[in-house]
Design a protein around this ligand. Structure first.
Ligand code: ZN
Length: 212
């Protein structure tokens, strides 16, 4: 049986800058734990380590797909359900002493698929990421990256935005129907077409009328 998450699994490309910044952050964390007596000096280096890694993660989260971020699809590409979607770029790391394997899930996803992928890929990284000379330092950055995308998914893709997105795609059709049919009929048609609750459709129709 095909695994729908695996279908979207990629060997990440263009991650050199990101992994380098994660590695520097990992080295800083290691120093912070190993030499507590010099933490005052380590804090002086924080802008060049932690801050840069945080900026690298923020850039990924804010602009996950160059040129593709315009409108999230109204169907989750992983489970196929008609649900709000948000972009994810979860990372998974496997440390193999001197080499490491990276995987990226780079896709628009609904909340439940996003949570499942987060658990799977973060658990894998937490268990198997540390076992390499370089991957040891990169693992914390990968986990922070995944947490940032989980949070992004939870904060975006509200049901109202999703309803507006679905109905906006039918805007001309809705306007045509409104011109010839009464509101209750239009609501019924759109309800069976989109599966949205009647009150969301009514709210949209009112906003459409007042906006005209
Ligand atoms: Zn899904």
């Amino acid at each position: 049986m095909s695994n729908p998450i695996k279908d979207h699994f990629n060997q990440p490309a263009g991650l050199a800058g990101t992994t380098l910044s994660y590695g520097v952050l990992g080295a800083w964390i290691a120093g912070f734990i190993a030499v507590p007596e010099h933490r005052d000096i380590l804090w002086l280096f924080f802008p060049f380590t932690g801050l840069i890694a945080i900026i690298a993660i923020a850039v990924r989260v804010i602009r996950p797909f160059k040129g593709r971020e315009a409108i999230p699809p109204s169907q989750c590409p992983i489970c196929g359900a008609s649900k709000p979607t948000a972009p994810v770029r979860y990372l998974q790391l496997t440390g193999l002493v001197v080499v490491m394997l990276m995987r990226e899930l780079s896709v628009f996803s609904c909340r439940s698929c996003s949570a499942k992928a987060f658990v799977k890929m973060t658990r894998h990284t937490l268990c198997l990421g540390w076992w390499g000379l370089i991957s040891l330092f990169i693992t914390p950055g990968f986990i922070l990256n995944n947490l940032a995308f989980l949070l992004r998914g939870l904060l975006s893709g509200s049901p109202r935005r999703f309803a507006n997105h679905l109905l906006d795609k039918r805007r001309d059709y809705v306007l045509n129907m409104l011109a010839s049919k009464d509101e209750n009929t239009v609501v019924e048609v759109l309800q069976s077409d989109t599966g949205l609750p009647a009150q969301e459709i009514t709210r949209y129709l009112r906003a459409l009328r007042t906006g005209q």
